[in-house]
Design a protein around this ligand. Structure first.
Ligand code: UD1
Length: 343
């Protein structure tokens, strides 16, 4: 098949292109080469065209003959403050709407789109007394006292995490999350209106070689790596018990290849995760142990708006797309401790 990959020069997009080419597809890669992602590098890597998804005529010129669009281009991170909103809205939301309109015009009816677990908001929780509940937001009083778990809205008990399935309500809590949720909604509306198919891939915490270095928009694995390289111990917030699912970038590329090859109809969303939950303390410890450096420091500090636990159910992607992550975080994080970073 002929596949148009957006964000093709990025940390994830580059691996997606590699996986698709390896699977025998013809790949057309485009990237806007934004400074936030590529620093001073202004020329795209070999084989990638410098095109912004918001450029309707640029995208239109590439779509004839394309069977599937694999849309990875996005501004990422959580956003620093409200001034970031137009940037997310423009690149992620408006960009996706331009792409969908041009796909419709060109008769291209299949989209694979990079989404994120951030669309779920808080994650899933059980009360030991009241069963599955929607947690109360964490109070500053609790956080200052070192009580990091959410409380039950009925009796105030501390809650336990549970796996989040794709049918969980979408409750974005950051600018980035709002833009990813909107992107899914535009894609769903497009699928309904045009009869096209959409696979939205909700990435959990992606890590691996060429991950962007420590910036206000970086994930924690890169932040820990950057600290170690400065000769400092990684600083683990809260009590380190926050649970996540770390999925290796080559597994993310593999699920994109599976989605491109899949025969789905309408709109379908899937968690993309390793299926092996891990605490943030464990992530830091594994990276430090591999480097034989100082152990992490648990600071007890917290970031307002941070999610306590978010751990995905990998079942649907396995059943429908045949995707099972190949890399266990224990092995992947050991390798990541020495992997080259970007920027
Ligand atoms: C992250 C991304 C989110 C993305 C998602 C999936 C950011 C800011 N968040 O969400 O946009 O969609 O992964 O890939 O990029 N922590 C520390 N020490 C630090 C920094 C963070 O202990 O120095 C802790 C945080 O308190 C949090 C956990 O690590 O509990 C994860 O943080 P982070 O990777 O930033 O955000 P996620 O919420 O997992």
């Amino acid at each position: 098949m002929k596949v148009l990959v957006t964000g093709a020069a990025g940390f994830i997009g580059a691996q997606v292109c590699k996986a698709l080419t390896g699977a025998g597809h013809e790949v057309v890669g485009v990237d806007a080469m934004l400074t936030a992602a590529h620093g001073d590098a202004t020329t795209p890597p070999e084989g990638v065209l410098e095109v912004d998804v918001r450029d309707a005529s640029g995208i239109a010129s590439l779509l004839p003959g394309v069977d599937v669009v694999c849309h990875q281009a996005a501004v990422v991170g959580a956003g620093v403050d409200a001034s970031d909103a137009p940037n997310y809205g423009s690149h992620n939301d408006y960009g996706t709407t331009v792409l969908l309109a041009e796909m419709f015009a060109a008769g291209c009816d299949r989209l694979v789109v990079a989404s994120s677990m951030v669309v779920y908001g808080q994650g899933g929780y059980d009360c030991p007394v009241h069963g599955p509940v929607d947690p109360l937001p964490r109070t500053q009083k609790d956080l200052d006292a070192g009580v990091f778990e959410h409380r039950c809205p009925v009796g105030g008990e501390e809650l336990r995490w549970r796996l989040v399935g794709e049918d969980a309500p979408l409750r974005p809590r950051s600018l980035y999350a709002a833009s990813k949720t909107a992107q899914e909604h535009y894609a769903l509306a497009w699928a309904e209106a045009t009869g096209g198919s959409v696979v939205a891939l909700r990435y959990h915490n992606v890590y691996g070689p060429m991950m962007p270095r420590d910036t206000p928009y970086s994930g924690v694995a890169a932040i820990f790596r950057s600290a170690i390289e400065r000769g400092e111990p990684p600083r683990v917030f809260e009590d380190g018990g926050q649970m996540r699912d770390f999925v290796h970038v080559t597994d993310v590329a593999a699920v994109n290849a599976a989605a491109v090859a899949a025969d789905t109809t309408g709109f379908a969303a899937f968690n993309v995760c390793s299926g092996r939950p891990i605490s943030i303390m464990d992530v830091a410890t594994k990276i430090c142990a591999a480097r034989e450096g100082q152990p992490p420091v648990v600071t007890g500090q917290y970031r307002s708006g941070d999610v306590r636990h978010i751990v995905a159910d990998p079942a649907a992607a396995a059943v429908v797309l045949g995707f099972r992550a190949a890399i266990d975080p224990t092995d992947g994080l050991r390798e990541f401790a020495f992997a080259p970073l970007r920027g």
